[in-house]
Write a protein that binds this ligand. Structure first.
Ligand code: 26M
Length: 816
């Protein structure tokens, strides 16, 4: 379906007039943006209709991706690109006197996620549509996405994100598919004539789930799947008789404001326990989604449940949607009246679970008391699942009570807790980690006994990223160069990039490649100036660390090294280094005090360094506020050095590492997460690996790590940490940065920052050397782009199809 520039121009004007009620003379960029979206949406909706019809007619097996987060970013550029209409739109707008780039900037990010996990979900649904796989994403239609970050006097301030304030041109409300969700109340046990017992849940509250569909356009525009997001609303009616009869009204009824359920995305925060609303959010979207799936299944198969597990596979993106397991059991046993074994056989062939972290504080546990209050029937079902599972454990390890305690869904203690990870493993037919190293650690450290019990259940699927957004769309200059060298089909077959490798030492190609990098650096320099007023030299090394702020990611290791460089320059004005700009983007969880202190410290060090005439252009430090998908798209193409410096064993995979390397950045990193696999792909000469391995970390921990050893033995480390205690960076406020020193010295440096400091500093010296050898650097950069083929999310999705989902693609009939 090719559209001419003239037709597209007419469509934009038509929408300006009849959708927006304005005209060419009055329209501002926002109106042009909306009209352009509406013109593209005509194609989107046509593709959506065809896809849904095709999937219905073919009664396809489909994957249902359950995720509390989808970090979609902007959609216009992506959708245009995928329909092959980017140049057409660009030309049409030009003739109307409008710059496409300005129009694209009008679109607010859809920031319905925290970071890696949410962006992974977005890349995956892009790949699913591109690969013509029948798939639907299910999540929450948050009114407010992740907070907008402002920096005031160096400190993070959180502001609400209102992405839908002026209307979202992509979403379609589907009132015909509204679902109802029950909460609270009590369970009645009924005794049947045949001696059987039946459980009846009398809810204390009912809320409505309203689905909003976001079309997901595959590359090439053939398949258009949907992301279905549920919004909560007050239910129109409530059957008071039901529980007046039970007499529990006052005792059991909870009044939650229905609208608050989907009001706001929870930022990854320290403690989850006690956050009732978070559990309600999870149950709300899982229950709506399951009912939606069942409604669709019944339309084709009636009450015959025997084919359900052939038609439906549900991928749980972390444990956030784990409550779907007892919810499906409840529907099958209490509602469909299947016997337990039949229901359990269906459930355990439908669910698969992805683990995204080993951090103990991030493993979800809910107080049993809280579940009992909000979802009394589900707690009973969880106990029943656990009871039967404990019998299985006893068969494998007869009489071993410590095994039972370790494996149980229920953690005993002063407060009984329900471990959602255990529930997920027990209720799923496959469990995967997100990089080779991480999956090994899931087997060896997190779930070793489950692995012994079910040796085929635990597996690996290494993460990936969509090359459509993360190279073609965000880096048009490099894309054009790549097109010329390896052909234009690399966005669908990223291994084609390997064709660049043979040109890696070619002087002319090196020059073209590095001139693209230079132009991208200039664009970022302009952005930096516009948003911070800091002027940076594009001949400097652009060294970038972009990710959520967390101690395990060790932004403070980067900061200590920056302070070391600063100190070396002050001590020796001729200190020999290539000029460098250190650029950060990071949001801290609002309740994570030390993370916020680290942001404050980065900004305070930046103030000092950037305004110290003794430093000149050698060193600049930039903290770009409000890091988000659309800002990442500007930073990634301009990066020379990619910082991937987490404590070994802590970063499950990382995906920013892949995006940066794909765009020709060289990684300085630890042997952690997918860095290990990136190193395998590019070879050890084209990456700077430093620091302790997982084994080193374990050994040091076992022998008793004392950060003070490093403080007293390494004069530079001591000087830097002591510097943090003075008022050098916070004039008149000594001690304002002391919490960082305290965490590293007095609180035991839980992420081994000091232990890795010297190795990191040495690796940075190697980076500096390599960069100064222009030919060597260009070769490394080209090899990095060339060898990223493995990390397309298309490969990840193919791995899921082969190892987990067993799914066939389905060609959507196209318009003649
Ligand atoms: C915990 C306490 C305080 C602040 C944050 C957390 C927290 C940490 C990790 C909460 C959840 C966490 O895990 C979920 C997650 O986002 N994991 C990320 O998933 C990505 C996609 O698989 C991986 O690439 C990242 O390595 C992994 O951290």
């Amino acid at each position: 379906m090719k559209i001419s520039k003239g037709d597209f121009k007419a469509a934009i004007i038509r929408h300006l007039h009849s959708t927006l009620g304005t005209d060419e003379n009055k329209a501002n960029n926002h109106a042009w943006w909306k009209a352009t979206c509406a013109a593209i949406q005509e194609n989107v909706l046509e593709g959506l209709r065809r896809t849904q019809k095709t999937h219905y007619m073919n009664d396809t097996r489909a994957v249902h991706y359950f995720s509390a987060e989808f970090l979609m970013g902007r959609l216009l550029s992506n959708n245009m690109q995928n329909f092959g209409l980017y140049d057409v739109a660009h030309g049409a707008l030009k003739e109307l006197g409008v710059e496409l780039a300005d129009v694209l900037e009008e679109e607010p990010d859809m920031a319905l996620g925290n970071g890696g996990l949410g962006r992974l979900a977005a890349c995956f649904i892009d790949s699913l549509a591109t690969m013509e796989l029948p798939a639907i994403g299910y999540g929450i239609h948050y009114e407010h996405g992740l907070f907008r970050q402002e920096i005031k006097s160096g400190a993070q301030i959180e502001r609400p994100d209102s992405w839908r304030d002026y209307g979202n041109p992509w979403e379609i409300c589907r009132p015909e598919s509204i679902q109802e969700v029950s909460l609270f109340g009590y369970v009645e046990t009924k005794y049947g004539d045949n001696g059987g017992i039946k459980k009846e849940w009398h809810p204390g509250s009912i809320v409505k789930g309203v689905p909003w569909d976001i079309p997901v356009v595959g590359y090439g525009g053939k398949t258009v799947n949907v992301l279905r997001l549920w919004q909560s609303e007050a239910s129109d009616y409530f059957n008071w008789d039901v529980f007046n009869a039970g007499g529990y009204v006052d005792a059991q009824r909870e009044n939650i404001q229905a609208e608050t359920i989907s009001k706001v995305l929870y930022p990854n925060d320290e403690t989850e326990a006690g956050k009732e609303l978070r559990l309600i959010q999870q149950y709300f979207f899982c229950s709506c989604s399951l009912k939606d799936i069942i409604r669709r299944y019944k339309r084709a198969h009636g009450d015959d449940w025997s084919r359900f597990k052939e038609q439906v596979v549900i991928q749980l993106n972390d444990t956030h949607p784990a409550i779907a397991i007892p919810e499906l059991m409840r529907i099958l046993v209490d509602r469909a009246e299947l016997d337990w074994d039949t229901a359990w056989d269906i459930s355990t062939h439908v669910f698969a679970y992805t683990n995204h972290t080993l951090l103990p504080e991030a493993l979800e546990k809910w107080p049993a008391r809280m579940l009992e209050k909000i979802l009394p029937r589900h707690l009973e079902i969880i106990y029943e699942i656990n009871h039967r599972f404990m019998n299985e454990v006893d068969k494998k390890w007869p009489g071993d009570n410590s095994k039972k305690a370790k494996l149980s869904i229920i953690e005993e203690g002063p407060e009984k807790m329900v471990r959602m990870g255990h529930l997920s493993v027990i209720g799923s037919f496959k469990v995967n980690g997100v990089a080779e190293l991480h999956s090994r650690l899931v087997k060896e450290n997190l779930f070793p006994d489950f692995d012994a019990l079910w040796p085929d259940k635990l597996t690996n699927v290494t993460n990936g990223i969509t090359p459509r957004r993360w190279l073609k769309a965000c880096n048009p200059l490099l894309s054009e160069l790549v097109d010329k060298k390896v052909g234009e089909d690399w966005p669908l077959n990223l291994k084609k990039l390997e064709g660049l490798a043979k040109h890696a030492t070619n002087k002319t190609f090196q020059k073209s490649f590095m001139s693209v990098k230079q132009k991208n650096k200039q664009l970022l320099a302009d952005e930096i100036y516009a948003s911070t007023g800091i002027q940076v030299d594009t001949n400097a090394i652009f060294d970038i660390q972009i990710k959520r702020l967390h101690e395990y990611k060790r932004q403070h290791l980067n900061l200590l090294h920056i302070m070391a460089l600063y100190r070396r320059i002050l001590e020796n004005p001729d200190y020999d280094m290539h000029p460098r700009v250190f650029i950060f983007g990071a949001k801290a969880a609002p309740g994570y005090k030390l993370a916020k202190d680290i942001i404050f410290a980065i900004n305070k060090v930046a103030d000092k360094v950037n305004n110290d005439p003794r430093v000149g252009n050698k060193l600049k430090v930039v903290f770009l506020p409000n890091y988000r998908v659309s800002l990442a798209e500007k930073m990634i193409p301009a990066c020379d050095v990619s910082e991937q410096i987490s404590t070994a064993g802590k970063e499950a995979s990382g995906t920013g590492n892949m995006k940066l390397a794909l765009n020709g950045a060289v990684t300085i990193g630890t042997l952690d997460g997918a860095n290990v696999e990136i190193a395998e792909e590019v070879g050890e000469d084209n990456i700077f690996i430093f620091g302790m391995t997982v084994e080193d970390v374990n050994a040091l921990k076992a022998s008793g790590y004392n950060p003070k050893d490093y403080y007293y033995k390494d004069a530079e480390i001591k000087a830097i940490l002591d510097w943090l205690e003075t008022d050098y960076f916070t004039p008149g406020k000594p001690g304002a940065l002391v919490s960082i020193k305290q965490s590293l010295l007095d609180l035991g440096d839980p992420f081994f920052v000091l232990a890795d400091f010297r190795a990191y500093s040495d690796a940075q010296i190697e980076v500096d050397k390599a960069y100064r050898d222009k030919a060597r650097w260009a070769e490394m950069v080209i090899i990095n782009t060339a060898m990223m083929g493995k990390f397309t999310s298309d490969r990840s999705i193919q791995d899921y199809v082969d190892r987990v989902w067993r799914l066939d693609s389905c060609a959507v009939e196209q318009q003649k």
